[in-house]
Design a binder for this molecule. Structure first.
Ligand SMILES: Cc1cc2nc3c(=O)[nH]c(=O)nc-3n(C[C@H](O)[C@H](O)[C@H](O)COP(=O)(O)O)c2cc1C
Length: 188
């Protein structure tokens, strides 16, 4: 079950705009993070669900996508994400924010796995303009945004493929392929 979910859970960069995760579905995804491990159990991460159309548009314009496919418009116009979850360190809880970058990875994958289980797709976006996202959403200076999670209903196909010497993802006949290093390659 977990293995299947992990295979299904590819980064998605094209969305069916007629489908939007509801606020309560986003809260369900966020609630799952309460079950995650946390550095010193401080639980310093906070989450902002975003479903408002105007806010989604503004967050989108502060993000960068698919760095290896610069000559393509990704997501294609009219196929942008329909929701976001913003992940942030609460600096009032975590004075040293460094450990919480690790926590960010753990909770973000949890959210995306839950989203996949619910029939949605998404993409972690580490390349974003923090100031712009904070201004759009009116987030306090005590928060440091660590990751933006883009969400929606996938309308593209993404598949894992063998690493043939280049780990750059590529597109062929409308399918997004993600080369993964073999078990042998990742063993020390
Ligand atoms: C921490 C992190 C940040 C990422 N930031 C971006 C990003 O800014 N833009 C983007 O298009 N994809 C981003 N990705 C998605 C990766 O490109 C993607 O995980 C990788 O190509 C492997 O594809 P897969 O997730 O389908 O296995 C990010 C992934 C991670 C883990």
């Amino acid at each position: 079950m977990l293995r299947e979910l992990l295979e299904k859970n590819r980064s998605i960069r094209s969305f069916d705009r007629s489908v939007k995760p509801s606020e309560s579905e986003l809260l369900d995804m966020i609630e799952c993070t309460r079950l995650c491990p946390s550095s010193a159990n401080l639980q310093a991460l906070k989450f902002k669900p975003v479903t408002n159309e105007e806010e989604c548009r503004a967050v989108f314009s502060a993000t960068k996508w698919a760095g290896y496919l610069k000559d393509m418009e990704i997501p294609p116009r009219g196929h942008e994400p329909t929701a976001y979850i913003i992940v942030a360190n609460d600096k009032e809880i975590a004075k040293n924010t460094v450990p919480f970058y690790k926590d960010t990875g753990i909770v973000s994958h949890t959210i995306l796995l839950r989203a996949a289980e619910m029939g949605y797709g998404g993409c972690m976006i580490g390349s974003f303009d923090e100031k712009a996202v904070k201004e759009t959403l009116g987030l306090s200076d005590t928060l440091e945004i660590t990751l933006v999670l883009a969400l929606g209903k996938a309308d593209e196909s993404s598949k894992i493929t063998e690493n043939k010497g280049d780990i750059k993802y590529f597109r062929e006949n409308g399918v997004h392929y993600v080369p993964k290093r073999s078990l042998k390659e990742i063993l020390i």
